[in-house]
Design a protein around this ligand. Structure first.
Ligand SMILES: *[C@@H]1O[C@H](CO)[C@@H](O)[C@H](O)[C@H]1NC(C)=O
Ligand SMILES: *[C@@H]1O[C@H](CO)[C@@H](O)[C@H](O)[C@H]1NC(C)=O
Length: 477
């Protein structure tokens, strides 16, 4: 076939076409650059290198509160319930705690704030032996303070959590995270009743934790959870223990705390809420507070475990049921056949409704995995015990539920009160009977409470779980 050579007209057309393609593609490239600029990567802001922390103007450190010839600045009790107090300018001299006030009537009785911090045993006689004396705490006038302290005191700056407790109730995940730490944050957060669901708060982080009755190795719990909770919620808090307290006492010079949140277990035990619930952390719930008060701590802890604050079972997600088994413990366990039936019932729910069911021994999980699983869990189920402490990390929604099994007639408020104070529904079970607040029984430990013959009616539990998860909810979360 013979192909005619291109005419001049054709050559011109091809050239025009080529140039237009070039022009338009260039235009598009430029438009692209103009219309959708590439956004710079979001780098979380942190005041970085040490250079920027160097101050330009030399100054002396603020190590002293000096009043010279003036009156000693008075202490101020900002907030108080038995066992939990927030005090500005609490003084310390020779191992004695001082509240400086010319209006001692306005200061709560020292026995509701402080004690001898000794081992707690039941009975009136022991209760009396724990009451504080002049060698522990004193309320003094500004004139007396002047004689004692002289012209100034060394400052312990920022907010200090101060624990005047014997080690007895500290080395335990529940007693630390759901009681001491819980009570501290509940007390302190009463100063910010507007904490948001994200946990945003105007409160500065505590700078220090003081334990004046405790050796450094005696605050960690056997599962290492206490450390994890502290280091993830307040990563830069410094801690002092009995040796440090003694160092300061022996110097015999005055120190002053900017602000302390003071906890005393023995003093909290005289509160109505303690008598009612056997929980020292119940006392600060008499103070104002945000509904979201715990979110500041919870969100830091779960983020450290790699979860997002939005994670967790919402009312529309597939529910997750987690049964924390204690059967391997040989103590406070279900009748073996009842445990088997319960597991079968849970698997029946899973197979019928497509819900996720986990039957777990918490000790088989790493600490991170425990937290991750709790965040995802909608219904947490188990016999009364420390495995339920992880309810602290659940996402409180209208259907989030904790189901706690007791030996019939036995009851303790530990997890019930904890769940309720986080906005989580709690049900107790006595075999086939269930109860929930406000119809909770009184604290009672029958002989079989700790035994290995706890009965449970698996179908009754299944029915309650079904009701909780299919509840028609008016509020969306
Ligand atoms: C909470 O704080 C975060 C980060 O500081 C901010 O992005 C968010 O808007 C705050 N939320 C509220 C309700 O203040
Ligand atoms: C827990 O771990 C032990 C030992 O590794 C294992 O025998 C047991 O089956 C595990 N139990 C559960 C419920 O995962």
């Amino acid at each position: 076939m013979n192909i005619a050579p291109p005419t001049r007209r054709e050559l011109v057309l091809v050239a025009v076409l080529f140039l237009s393609i070039l022009y338009y593609s260039n235009l598009q490239l430029r438009n692209a650059l103009i219309v959708t600029p590439v956004s710079p990567p979001v780098i979380p802001h942190r005041p970085a290198p040490v250079d920027s922390l160097v101050e330009k103007t030399p100054r002396v450190y603020d190590t002293r509160l000096s009043w010279g010839d003036d009156a000693v600045p008075a202490s101020k009790v900002l907030s108080h319930v038995p066992g939990w107090s927030i005090i500005d300018r609490l003084y310390l001299l020779g191992g004695v705690v001082y509240i400086v006030s010319d209006d001692p009537e306005s200061v709560p009785d020292t026995s509701t704030m402080y004690s001898k911090g000794i081992h707690i045993l039941p009975g009136k006689e022991h209760e009396d032996s724990r009451l504080p004396g002049d060698e522990d705490i004193r309320i003094v006038s500004t004139a007396e303070a002047k004689k004692l302290f002289g012209t100034g005191a060394s400052v312990i700056d920022g907010v200090t959590y101060f624990v005047n407790d014997h080690p007895q109730f500290i080395r335990h995940y529940y007693h630390w995270s759901a009681e001491l730490y819980f009570g501290f944050w509940r007390t302190y957060s009463s100063l910010d009743p507007s904490i948001s669901t994200e946990g945003n708060t105007t409160l500065p982080q505590p700078r220090h934790m003081f334990f004046n009755r405790l050796d450094a190795f005696r605050w960690r719990d056997p599962t290492d959870m206490n450390q994890l909770v502290l280091r993830s919620s307040f990563p830069d808090v410094t801690m002092e223990f009995i040796d440090d307290w003694d160092d300061r006492a022996k110097m015999n010079v005055p120190f002053v705390f900017d602000r302390v949140v003071l906890a005393d277990r023995s003093a909290a035990m005289i509160s109505y809420n303690y008598k009612r619930y056997q929980r020292t952390a119940a006392a600060p719930f008499a103070l104002p507070g945000s509904f979201n008060w715990w979110m500041t701590i919870r969100n830091s802890v779960i983020q450290m475990a790699g979860m997002d604050i939005e994670d967790g079972s919402s009312t529309s997600d597939k529910p997750v049921i987690t049964y924390v088994s204690r059967q391997a413990w040989g103590r406070r366990t279900l009748i073996p056949e009842h445990h088997d039936r319960l597991v079968k019932e849970l698997y029946r729910l899973r197979d019928t409704y497509g819900w996720e069911v986990n039957v777990v021994l918490m000790e088989n999980f790493s600490r991170m995995e425990q937290i991750q699983l709790s965040v995802r869990t909608t219904v947490l189920l188990g016999v009364h015990g420390n495995g339920l402490t992880n309810l602290l990390w659940m996402r409180p929604t209208p259907r989030t539920t904790v189901i706690e099994i007791f030996y019939p007639e036995g009851f303790a408020h530990d997890y019930e009160y904890t769940a309720r104070s986080l906005g989580i529904t709690h049900y107790g079970f006595w075999d086939s009977a269930s109860f929930t607040s406000p119809n909770t029984p009184v604290n009672y430990y029958p002989d079989e409470f700790q035994g290995d013959k706890i009965p449970i009616d698996a179908e009754a539990v299944g029915r309650l779980i079904y009701d909780r998860l299919t509840l028609s909810l008016e509020v969306d979360d």
